[in-house]
Ligand binder design. Sequence first.
Ligand code: SIN
Ligand code: CO
Length: 382
Amino acid sequence: MQPPLGDLDVDRFMARYWQRRPCLIRAALPGAQPPLSRAELFTLAGRDDVESRLVSAFDGRWRLVHGPFGARSLPARSRPGWTLLVQGVDGHHRAARHLLDRFRFIAECRLDDLMISWASEGGGVGPHVDSYDVFLLQVEGSRRWRLGPVRDAAMVPGLPLKILSRFEPTEQHDLAPGDMLYLPPGWGHDGVAIGGPCMTCSVGFRAPSRQELLRHLLADAADDPGGDDPRFTDAGSRATRRPGAIPGALSDTLTRWARDWRPRPTEIDRAIGCFLTEPKASVWFDAPTRPPTPARFDRAARSHGLCLDRRSRVAYRGRWFFINGEACAMPATGARWLRALADRRRLAPAMDARWLDDGDLVRLLRTWLGHGWLRFGSDDDA
Ligand code: SIN
Ligand code: CO
């Protein structure tokens, strides 16, 4: 699928702009259409399994309300100065997921999600800074973006959302449908709907932080049932006269455990893959009510192939395959099919469907289908 970069060569984009500097791309996706209508977006914002926010600045007062939003709980569309933001639209809508497929020139484990905002005239979320890389694709109406490097990260105190106190934009661009602005992390930006309402798609890429990884790694190590788990003993210790104090021997042993703890290389590999493919807390999978028998699985997979559910996150590295926060060792002969599944998000129903001859692979695929992580057919059929 063609990257949505207009005339800009993808390798040039990666070398010159990605993670380095903002890039305005006029006609990045000529003829771009909203992947879903405003009414569909508003309906999604009414669901309790969808994360949504309403930001308004009526009479100069910033307000943030979290969804879900019933049909009558949003301000009138004609009222200027408000924005509805819906997170993770790719997990719920086929055309939204397809839009993300155009961004597969970046490793998918860096992908966060597709957020879509609808703003009434003058609506925006104020000048702020994100820790993510973001592609802001205009799909309806016009938005004026002002941007600049953040020299002072102080936020306006006492507000329900993070607004930069001293935003000094160095550029301003008016985006029309099909235009796109790429921003690396740390650039201040402020987008406002101009000339009427507008819709913007934000394709976000997460840059994991060290603390996030460590949290995962430590939680995994703490939960490892087979892990080495020595327990402190203090046989032979004397009666204490200061029961409130931490005994020296206890403190020394715990300090040594903390200092000497080293994850094994496999533990690190597993933790990285599980961390990078962990679904967001709001994601739920719909497991089939009746998982197919082996014979039905074989028939259906042979004639329709398999595809990943839109919400599934997968990745591979070396002898590990990761799916939705779980790790599995690559099956010996099926590894290339799993890699193909991760790279293309589907296994096509080839006439010779050779992947169906691999028993270990088929067992994994059936299990994942039973969890709702895979489906028969292609995402176009959904
Ligand atoms: C918006 O779509 O209104 C905000 C997107 C962003 O600034 O990241
Ligand atoms: Co932003």
